[in-house]
Ligand binder design. Structure first.
Ligand SMILES: Nc1ncnc2c1ncn2[C@@H]1O[C@H](COP(=O)(O)OP(=O)(O)O)[C@@H](O)[C@H]1O
Ligand SMILES: [Mg+2]
Length: 118
């Protein structure tokens, strides 16, 4: 028996390149592989989604992710930007709470919102 028969895994990318999430298949992979703890889910929904949604203006602020090298800042940003860019991406989110509340930003990439003046 060989080791490769006992262990199967996808090769790990050591750092996430944000530009890759522009590609939909890659974005899907980044969203579905991102592990979200309950604490992180609270921060994502109560802080990130609240600030990023723009349907109910509320003195929205920008977001600053702080963390040591390799702690997942880029991966987290790719998840949030992919959910905002592609409406159906929510289905790939692994945390129930985040998936449920992602509707606030899902498919609402500001660069794609059309403003209709009448
Ligand atoms: N919550 C997480 N779930 C899955 N993988 C993660 C998570 N956080 C970090 N990683 C992985 O750790 C590595 C470093 O993440 P990255 O986002 O590039 O870090 P940073 O931008 O903070 O330096 C990547 O392989 C990434 O996929
Ligand atoms: Mg990074």
């Amino acid at each position: 028996m060989y080791y490769h028969e006992l262990i199967q895994f996808d090769p790990i990318e050591t750092t996430i390149q944000l530009i890759e999430s522009d590609d939909k298949a890659k974005a899907q992979e980044l969203v579905s592989t991102f592990v979200i703890s309950d604490d992180m889910a609270l921060n994502i929904t109560k802080i990130a989604f609240e600030q990023l949604q723009f349907e109910h203006p509320s003195d929205n602020k920008g977001l600053l992710f702080v963390g040591n090298y390799g702690t997942g800042k880029s991966h987290l940003m790719s998840v949030i930007s992919s959910v905002a860019e592609y409406e159906g991406m929510v289905e790939n989110v692994r945390n129930e709470r985040v998936a449920k509340e992602a509707g606030k930003i899902a498919g609402k990439d500001p660069s794609k919102v059309r403003i209709v003046l009448e």
